[in-house]
Design a protein around this ligand. Structure first.
Ligand SMILES: Cc1cc2nc3c(=O)[nH]c(=O)nc-3n(C[C@H](O)[C@H](O)[C@H](O)COP(=O)(O)OP(=O)(O)OC[C@H]3O[C@@H](n4cnc5c(N)ncnc54)[C@H](O)[C@@H]3O)c2cc1C
Length: 372
């Protein structure tokens, strides 16, 4: 296989857009199919920290390091930890850390602006992907196009993955209720968060709040609940969810419960994960990156970093002249790397949503501090 001439990327999240950018840097065209009608179609989620060897490295390879540094917030890397009584157990400003934060919408915008105009086909939810001779057919908007290579960058519920694997994400028994705040209008929440993000955990529950750009704060109430309840919440009015969540945090300090009382309800996020070590027999013409290949709980903080470095490695494989064997090698190393992060994410979920909660997180923070 020479560099394939027709490449479709299904999904215009961070991973898919990064792949399109890096292919274009190598002079290879790609079409991105994105379900959203436009970049501002839906809330993009909170702040992400990009790690030096993965997310930041991909931004550098894409020639977007200065745009990233201009938009990133190194000042928001601090950690605070409270117990359910509201006692502050741990506070560090993280100012010397090397994992600057960036809002997800801002990251997406940097990537979009780097692309050749017309690269993204907005409002193009892919309905089907099927082999057609040596090519692959993609059906979106009632129109079918064929490509030499189709990359599934379409997240947890990928439409491309079934061509490669029967695996499906499994509910992890926990759900996050997402909350939004304008810091200026919620001074008590502002004071709670400190210089980055705060956790308060115990009794299999967690409250998280994190500084975002533009004076916003994003919060999460995480609980262990059966999937049926998580699904019911996803369809329930905000007041019902708030009442249920407040009941779950009965007995917690009023200073912490404020998060649930005052937050604007932004969404209900049941946590799903693919099996740790998910891999598949390689199939010429179709591959995956990011959450489509290895969705995991957010408690490793690696999801977006993996999606970005997957894109960098896959662009090198597709553009490097090494044929499909190079893509196979990408798939193998990606699966190995993702398995390590997925184990960390599973451990993270078990630690944060545990009986001990904050005590277990405190031990981890101290261990990390001692190792630094
Ligand atoms: C609550 C929460 C907090 C998180 N916090 C962090 C964090 O702090 N740090 C971190 O690294 N990661 C975090 N993550 C994970 C991170 O958001 C993901 O790992 C990352 O977004 C994966 O990027 P991706 O490009 O692979 O997929 P996605 O971001 O899921 O993008 C997929 C894209 O595909 C599109 N799409 C889907 N289906 C179709 C279709 N059929 N046709 C066309 N388009 C389609 C979607 O609209 C979307 O734009 C968090 C996740 C959650 C749920």
């Amino acid at each position: 296989m020479q560099s394939p001439s027709r490449i479709a990327i299904v999904g215009g999240g961070p991973g898919g857009l990064m792949l399109a950018r890096l292919l274009q840097c190598r002079g290879i065209a790609a079409t991105v199919f994105e379900r959203d009608a436009h970049a501002g179609d839906r809330l993009q989620g909170g702040s992400l920290d990009l790690h030096p060897d993965t997310g930041q490295r991909a931004m550098r390879l894409a020639g977007l390091e200065s745009a990233f540094l201009a938009a990133a917030r190194p000042e928001d890397q601090g950690d605070r930890l409270y117990d359910p009584n509201g006692t502050l157990l741990f506070d560090r400003d993280g100012v010397d850390d090397d994992r600057p934060e960036i809002d997800r919408a801002v990251l997406r915008q940097i990537l979009l602006e780097s692309l050749v105009p017309g690269t993204v086909r907005w409002g193009s939810g892919v309905a089907a992907v099927a082999p057609e001779g040596d090519a692959v057919r993609v059906v979106a908007d009632g129109r079918a196009d064929t490509f030499d290579v189709v990359v599934g960058a379409d997240g947890a519920w990928s439409r491309v993955r079934p061509l490669l694997s029967v695996a499906q994400p499994v509910y992890e028994g926990a759900v996050m209720v997402e909350l939004g705040f304008d810091a200026a209008r919620h001074p008590s929440v502002d004071a709670l968060v400190g210089r980055g993000k705060m956790f308060a955990a115990g009794d299999n529950r967690v409250l998280i709040a994190q500084r975002n750009g533009g004076g916003h704060i994003r919060g999460y109430a995480g609980l262990r609940r059966p999937e049926a309840i998580a699904r019911a919440w996803a369809a329930a009015p905000a007041d019902t969810i708030r009442t249920d969540v407040l009941a779950a945090f009965a007995g917690w300090a009023p200073s912490l419960r404020t998060l649930v009382e005052e937050g604007e309800l932004l969404g209900v996020r049941p946590l799903h994960a693919l099996p740790i070590g998910h891999a598949w027999p390689s199939r010429r013409g179709v591959t995956l990156l990011g959450d489509a290949a290895h969705v995991m709980s957010p408690f490793s903080g690696e999801g977006v970093n993996l999606a970005l470095i997957d894109a960098a490695d896959l662009a090198a494989a597709l553009g490097g002249g090494g044929g499909w064997a190079a893509v196979e090698a990408y798939e193998a190393s990606m699966a190995t790397r993702a398995a390590v992060a997925a184990e960390g994410a599973a451990r993270g979920l078990a630690t944060v949503l545990s009986d001990e909660g904050s005590a277990a997180i405190l031990a981890l923070y101290r261990q990390r501090g001692a190792a630094a």
